[in-house]
Write a new protein. Structure first.
Length: 634
């Protein structure tokens, strides 16, 4: 470990200690000031005695109730002003409105009320000694979350595994990327894509574990890969899902005990908490579904041919599935190369999977004595990474998935398989799914080309919101506002929820200057998420893009609420090419939808986006080629 890496590592630990201690300490402090006194009072007041009292003052608002009263205990007069067990302000439910209304009725009618007095210290008294379990649970969970966040930040900083690349190497890559952006403006790769490709190239030239693993067959030491017959692990997955579903339902069941009281008090917002037991019901449904599927098909085994799977060659083989009634059903097979990595840091640290390459199609189905046999193979490009053996930390993996929609339980099994750079072909499999996909894409490309050149833009597979108009030799491409409604509505709901909860926490749990400051401090990240999400939702809804191409100019105008905010243009004689770039995606694997934008490039390095949100590389490339030919014809 060099000096720079040690310095960065030490700085990360110090920052984690500071922030982790602040979060955990503040969570404990807030609970010590709110939830713990409330619970202590609940236990103590169980043994207090009822006494009649006369009200002298009732006041308050939605966050607190103030009252003053006089009472006699063992012949001696006392004064009290405590209303409830909670010693802090809150606006959860209609508790304070209901309490104030009840006390004001008693005050105006001069009726005595019943209070509870500590027999050991008659100066202590309270009007309502009932525990507000909903409020207590909310406070406890709120504080517990921040304690967990703080401890997670600290533990992660001390015990996280070393990444495959040092911090110094990461800085070196960043410098390389910035230099690339300056010298090659036409290279539109993002920093994340550049780092990923650098990792792949590093893995290809590494003389360590991966290259030696293929040569010495070290991957055979992995229990799951010791033979060409690969098991899906459906039994362990089903068992894990059952444990998770039961645990989730156990934890969320407490909501059902607290919710009736909150709803009875008029806190209908608490009904949102029903989402947790509803999720639990869904998890139980999935667990039952997985159990039925496991019972019907048993332990399905994938027999590899070649073994191991081959980069630069084939991944293929056979799968036997019991059930004579399955012949005639359609089975889809998908092969995917993915990257599993830990993203973020501290409280935002999480494991994610991203699919780098995938392909899928229909398997050939043959009859067997007790069911069906699937045959298939894929042609694998030679520039993909090998499967990691240990599969810990950040790693690449290869996964084969088989699916079928059937009468009764559907079939879905996944196999994590060994795949290395052997350039070996299948020996006994002829059914090539990759050729199916290639033929389909070629046919689709021809259809798109014919539709575009014939002026039938509605038949070219373009998104419904992308309109192309031809006026003589001028091409206009228009994409209006509101074309991203679904994702924008989701972001509005997400950001609105974060903002509402943050505002409610600040107003509901602020009983003093210190607690107000701490509560507001904790909600800053949530408010930032809310503002950023709502801003993005507004942009997605309000922006429009208009581009036009004629014999002299290629130009595009971005507008917000129909007001132009930016226009970029280039002369046609400076134009060099159109390119496409993936901007987003939805779904995973073979069902993944990639969305692209089309950019015009000039000899001077200028880039103009002329269309975006196009679903599919074939469609986007087809439109880019069409626009290129139109410009060349001027």
């Amino acid at each position: 470990m060099n000096a720079l890496t040690m310095l960065i590592r030490t700085f990360q630990i110090v920052v984690a200690l500071v922030f982790g201690t602040i979060f955990s300490g503040a969570g404990c402090f807030i609970f010590y000031q709110t939830g713990w006194p409330m619970y202590q009072s609940y236990q103590e007041t169980k043994y207090w005695q009822p006494v009649s009292a006369e009200l002298t003052l009732v006041d308050g608002d939605a966050n607190q109730t103030r009252a003053a009263y006089n009472y006699l205990f063992e012949g001696r007069p006392y004064e009290g002003d405590r209303v409830s067990l909670a010693t802090f302000n809150d606006n959860i439910g209609s508790y304070h409105q209901d309490m104030q209304a009840e006390l004001k009725r008693a005050l105006h009618s001069n009726k005595p009320i019943t209070i509870w007095v500590n027999p050991d210290d008659p100066h202590e008294s309270v009007i309502d000694r009932e525990m507000r379990w909903g409020l207590f649970s909310l406070v406890t969970v709120f504080c517990f979350v921040f304690v967990i966040i703080g401890l997670t930040v600290i533990l992660t900083a001390f015990f996280r595994k070393k990444s495959s690349r040092s911090a110094a190497t990461s800085i070196s890559i960043l410098k390389e990327y910035m230099e690339l952006r300056r010298n090659s403006p036409a290279d539109t790769r993002s920093y994340a894509e550049y780092v990923e490709q650098s990792n792949i190239q590093g893995a290809d030239t590494d003389t360590g574990q991966r290259s030696s693993a293929t040569q010495t067959k070290a991957w055979r030491n992995k229990k799951e890969w010791q033979s060409e017959s690969i098991h899906s692990g459906a039994k362990s997955s089903t068992l894990f899902f059952w444990v998770f579903a039961l645990f989730w339902n156990f934890v969320s069941s407490f909501v059902l005990f607290v919710l009736p009281e909150e709803v009875a008090n008029g806190n209908y917002l608490a009904l949102i908490a029903l989402a947790f037991p509803l999720v639990g019901i869904f998890l139980l449904y999935k667990a039952i579904k997985m159990s039925l599927e496991l019972r019907r098909f048993g332990d399905v085994v994938y027999k590899m041919d070649p073994y191991p799977g081959s980069i630069g060659g084939n991944i293929g083989g056979t799968v036997d599935i019991p059930g004579n009634e399955l012949y005639g059903a359609e089975f889809t097979v998908e092969i995917a190369c993915g990257y599993s990595h830990v993203s973020g840091s501290g409280k935002n640290r999480s494991r994610r999977e991203s699919i780098k390459w995938s392909e899928g199609g229909r398997a050939k189905v043959e009859r067997t004595m007790d069911g069906v046999r699937l045959r298939f193979k894929f042609d694998i490009p030679d520039n993909l990474p090998e499967a990691d053996i240990a599969q810990r930390g950040n790693y690449y993996f290869w996964r084969l998935t088989i699916k079928a929609v059937l009468a009764g339980p559907d079939l879905e099994r996944s196999f994590t398989i060994p795949v290395f750079k052997t350039a070996e072909a299948s020996r006994f499999i002829r059914h090539d799914i990759s050729k199916q996909v290639e033929e389909q894409e070629q046919e689709k490309a021809i259809q798109i080309k014919n539709a575009l050149h014939g002026g039938h833009f509605d038949s070219a597979g373009l998104p419904y919101h992308l309109k192309i108009y031809l006026d003589g030799r001028t091409i206009t491409i228009y994409q209006p506002m509101l074309r991203n409604k679904l994702i924008a509505l989701f972001l509005l709901a997400f950001g609105g929820t974060f903002g509402f909860v943050s505002a409610s926490v600040v107003s509901g749990f602020s009983s003093g200057m210190l607690s107000t400051i701490l509560t507001a401090l904790f909600t800053v990240p949530f408010m930032a998420v809310a503002v950023g999400t709502l801003g993005l939702a507004f942009y997605l809804l309000a922006n429009s893009l208009s581009a036009w191409i004629d014999g002299n100019t290629i130009a595009a105008t971005r507008s917000l609420l129909l007001l132009p905010v930016r226009t970029k243009s280039m002369a046609t004689i400076d134009f060099t090419s159109f390119s496409i770039k993936q901007t987003s995606f939805s779904g995973q694997g073979a069902k993944r939808n990639n969305y692209y934008k089309i950019m015009a490039h000039s000899s001077g390095g200028k880039t103009i986006t002329v269309a975006e949100g196009i679903n599919g590389q074939t469609v986007a490339q087809g439109l880019a080629d069409y626009l290129g030919r139109m410009v060349q014809s001027y």
